[in-house]
Structures are given as structure tokens and as C-alpha cells.
Design a protein around this ligand. Structure first.
Ligand code: FAD
Length: 471
């Protein structure tokens, strides 16, 4: 049988290769380290963790990433079995000894009779006789390959810089302070004139907010990011604030064309706008609020915004180098490049974010490629599961967002979170019939979502049980 080729032996590529081999199909992994290095990896092991050693929460009842852990384990994941075997104490999080973890992944792949690991850079589109290829080259994909993909798919296929505005869970916004209205009540295509959530500030609140932004701790640019300039119109808010106290009030925080529905007679001095971020309406992004502020500072400063005092963030803002595809446009539902279906993509390059998410997309891509090679039909995981929710984000579940320049390119990488899941009717009362409120209500809802996910995942993954002999 012809092998499936996997380019990149990171979190996603390692998991993808493992899943393909589990189905009894030969795999060749092409990893460019140590022949060619990246700016973040230090060694030559497969599945190297470039920064933190944490896989985040292992709680599969109340946490979306914990649920991904569960689904990966249920899929026979190599990344999870090596993480479990190399765990270090970290409370309810799953943290690992990074060298032990990478060594274990490398050994398992190198020892597998169906897997060959070659150390070479693939510096253009793969040879035409490779009829099934998984590209898992990550956020630091080598330029020769990313340029070839760009050439194949067109100008807006790839982004090289991640400018992320924070994203808030809608249910945590205080609607007694915020109100729905589009600027000048403008009705755009598919709009209602009430498409934005607006948070008003008076002068005193604005001044305090600007002071906090200017004084807030920012993350340092990595040496290799310093040469990547800010895009025009995509400046971090703290940089805008430092350029002049009124700059934000004339930019993303301008109050024009908006009337406070809760207090129509008082004109807001400045307004923070939030825009719907997913089709379900469970997530809203803070328009124009890309930032290099440290996560702790973001949490403190953004809670100064009236209406966001109790905001829960699905993701915080950021600005860093990151190569990722405009996946909703260029990939199909099973992660194949529409322009060249022999190429499938996996990992962070598809527009997920994080070690566990990258491994999960690797897992799905490996399973899909294997089924295709075996000539068997297959289905994507249901959108009620964590993998399905992530796949929905990548391949188009998200509504298009606009950049600061108003261009339609807007897909941004994201961690898994409950805002990506379809809503659920959660229990309204506890076992004693007492009405659930506040944190108890949220717990009940998350519990119902994870229960539904586990049940639906179980129904889906059975179709991918490996043949006995290949295990
Ligand atoms: P990678 O793990 O980067 O694997 C890609 C592999 O492809 C690499 O081994 C690379 O050498 C190889 N490669 C690239 N180009 C080629 C080529 N042309 N030919 C052959 N091989 C090639 N996520 C977290 O959850 N926690 C964190 O703390 C965290 N910190 C991060 C810090 C930095 C600096 C960066 C860039 C990302 C970070 N991430 C973090 C995000 C992300 O989860 C990781 O980058 C993750 O490793 C992505 O997995 P991947 O498999 O897609 O890519």
C-alpha cells in the first residue's frame, strides 16, 4: 500500500501519523529539524513543546480542553498516552516533563513498524506521486513551503501575523449597561441595525482606562518578531493610547452614531463595541482591541469597561507571528485543500490554537486520511463534541469577521471553548428541586454539554476502531 506522507513532526503531525499507522497504513514523517531549525524549537525531538509544559485543564466535566483530552484518549492518542506517562504535579491541569514527553513520542513513532521518520525540509509543494499528504508544519512553517502554498491558493490563503482582539462569552456581559445598536443604525448585508453590543464610558472612566492601558504590563517581542512590523490599522490599543490620550476615542472607541439605550439623554464620551463572533451568538469580540498586554493585565483592565465587569473571556488578545490558513475559504469539511485535495492540513496551521487543539486536529486529519486510503466512507465528528466544535470553527462554523480596514478577511485562530458548541437546555433545578442560579447554573450547563459531547463522541469514534492486527 502507498504510504501517507506527513510533513512536520510536531504535536499535530505526530498524532496524525500515529492514527494513520493504527489503521494499518504505512506512514512517512518528514521533519526538518535538526537539518533546518525554527525560531522557537530548541531540540530535535518530535512533538517538542515550544513554551509552557501544560496541556491545561484535565477536567473533562467542566472544561472544554479537558473534554478534548477525553476525546483524544478515547481515540487511542499517542500525544495523550505520552503526556499521561510523563505527568508532573500541576493541580487539576495536565503538565508534563517536556523532554520525557518528547522522547516518548519520538521513540513510539520511530519504533513503529509502519512508520518511517526522515529528517528533511519539504521546501515546496510535495512531489506529485505523493497522493496523500498531511501538512502539519505549524505556526513556524518554513518560508519555502508557505510560499508554495500561497502561490497555489492565492493571496489571501495564508496569514503570517496573528492580531487577536479578546473574545467574551455573551452571557457574561451585563446587559443592564451594554446595549445592541449598529453605528448610525446602519443595516449591513444580513444585519439588523442592532449588530453590535456597546459599552459606554464617561470621561472619568475613559481617563482611568487610558491610564491603565499606558501603565499596563506588555509582553516582550521575541527577537524573531521584532522585524515583523505592526500592520497599519492594526496597532495594539496600548500603543494607540500611548500615541495620544484621544487617539482611541477617534479610533475603535469613538462614540459617534450611538445612543445609550439605557440613558438616551447622556452622550457617552467613548464606547467599546463588541461584535458577534460565532454563528451561535455565544461569543463576541472586542472590536479593534488587539493588544500585547500580558494576560493578567488584560483581565484587570478590560473589567474596567462598564458592562464587562464580570466578563468571561473565551480568549484574550494577542499579537505574534503565526502562519495559518484562511481555512474556511481554502479547506473542505475533511481538512483537504480545495485547490489540491491530495493535501490535508493539520495542527495550528489550520487555525486552531494550542498544543491539545493541534493534536486533536492532527488526530482527525489522520483518521480522515486513513479512511480515504482504505476506500471507506466516514463522517466528521458531531458538532456537539469538542473535536467537532473545533472542526466547525476551522472549516467555517464561524461567521466572517472584519479587520480594522473593513476587509472581509478575518478568520483567527482559537482555543477550544464552550462558546463553539451548540447551546443546550441545561437543568433548571438541582436534585432537591431548588432553582439553580449563578455559578451552579453555569456548572449544570457545562456538565450537560460535556455529557452530551461524550455520548455523541462515543457514537462517532466507533467507526474508526482500528483493525486488531494494526494496534
Ligand atoms: P509544531 O508543533 O510547531 O510542529 C510543526 C513541525 O513542522 C515542527 O517540528 C517544524 O520543525 C516542522 N516543519 C516546519 N516546516 C517544515 C517543512 N517545510 N518541512 C518539514 N518540517 C517542517 N500552545 C500552547 O498550548 N501552549 C503554549 O505555551 C504555546 N506556546 C507557544 C509559543 C510559541 C513561540 C509559538 C509559536 C506557539 C505556541 N503555542 C502554544 C501554540 C501551538 O500550540 C504550538 O505551536 C504547537 O506546537 C502547534 O502544533 P503543530 O503540530 O501545529 O506545530
Amino acid at each position: 500500500m502507498n504510504p501517507i506522507h506527513v510533513i512536520g513532526g510536531g504535536l499535530a503531525g505526530s498524532e496524525a501519523a500515529w492514527q494513520v499507522a493504527r489503521q494499518g497504513i504505512p506512514v512517512v514523517i518528514h521533519e526538518m529539524r535538526p537539518v533546518r531549525k525554527t525560531d522557537a524549537h530548541q531540540g530535535e525531538g518530535l512533538a517538542e513543546l515550544v513554551c509552557s509544559n501544560s496541556f491545561r485543564s484535565d477536567d473533562s466535566e467542566q472544561n472544554a480542553v479537558g473534554l478534548l483530552h477525553h476525546e483524544l484518549r478515547r481515540s487511542g492518542s499517542l500525544i495523550m498516552s505520552c503526556a499521561d506517562a510523563n505527568q508532573v504535579p500541576a493541580g487539576s491541569a495536565l503538565a508534563v516533563d517536556r523532554n520525557g514527553f518528547s522522547d516518548a513520542v519520538t521513540k513510539a513513532l520511530e519504533d513503529h513498524p509502519l512508520i518511517t521518520v526522515t529528517r528533511e525540509e519539504i521546501s515546496g509543494l510535495p512531489p506529485e506521486d505523493w497522493d496523500s499528504v498531511i501538512v502539519a508544519t505549524g505556526p513556524l512553517t518554513s518560508p519555502a513551503l508557505s510560499e508554495a502554498v500561497l502561490e497555489r491558493c492565492g493571496e489571501d490563503a495564508l496569514a503570517f501575523f496573528d492580531a487577536i482582539a479578546p473574545i467574551v462569552h455573551f452571557e457574561s456581559v451585563d446587559l443592564s449597561k451594554a446595549w445592541f445598536q449598529s453605528r448610525y443604525d446602519k443595516v449591513g448585508p444580513g444585519g439588523t441595525g442592532k449588530d453590535y453590543l456597546n459599552c459606554p464610558m464617561d470621561k472619568e472612566q475613559y481617563d482611568a482606562f487610558i491610564d491603565a492601558l499606558i501603565e499596563g504590563d506588555t509582553t516582550d517581542f521575541k527577537e524573531w518578531e521584532e522585524n515583523t512590523p505592526y500592520f497599519d490599522g492594526c496597532l495594539p490599543i496600548e500603543v494607540m493610547a500611548a500615541r495620544g490620550r484621544e487617539t482611541l476615542r477617534h479610533g475603535p472607541m469613538k462614540p459617534m452614531g450611538l445612543t445609550n439605550a439605557h440613558n438616551p439623554d447622556v452622550k457617552a464620551y467613548a464606547v467599546v463595541q463588541l461584535r458577534q463572533d460565532n454563528a451561535l451568538g455565544t461569543l463576541y469580540n472586542m472590536v479593534g482591541f488587539q493588544t500585547k498586554l500580558k494576560y493578567g493585565a488584560q483581565g484587570d483592565i478590560f473589567k474596567m469597561i462598564p458592562g464587562l465587569e464580570n466578563a468571561q473571556f473565551a480568549r484574550l488578545g494577542g499579537l505574534h507571528r503565526n502562519t495559518f490558513l484562511n481555512s474556511p475559504k481554502v479547506l473542505d469539511g475533511s481538512l483537504r485543500l480545495k485547490a489540491e485535495p491530495r493535501l490535508r492540513f493539520a495542527g495550528q496551521i489550520t487555525g486552531c490554537e494550542g498544543y491539545v487543539e493541534s493534536a486533536s486536529v492532527g488526530c482527525m486529519t489522520g483518521l480522515f486520511a486513513a479512511k480515504e486510503r482504505l476506500g471507506q466512507s466516514f463522517e466528521s465528528p458531531p458538532e456537539t463534541t469538542a473535536m467537532g466544535a473545533l472542526l466547525g470553527h476551522i472549516t467555517g462554523g464561524h461567521i466572517a469577521r472584519e479587520t480594522e480596514q473593513g476587509s472581509p478577511r478575518s478568520f483567527q485562530p482559537m482555543n477550544v471553548n464552550f462558546g463553539l458548541f451548540p447551546p443546550i437546555e441545561a437543568p433548571k433545578t438541582d436534585a432537591d428541586g431548588k432553582r439553580l442560579k449563578g455559578k451552579d447554573k453555569t456548572r449544570a450547563k457545562k456538565g450537560a454539554m460535556t455529557q452530551r459531547a461524550k455520548q455523541d463522541f462515543e457514537g462517532w469514534i466507533l467507526a474508526f476502531e482500528p483493525p486488531q492486527a494494526a494496534e
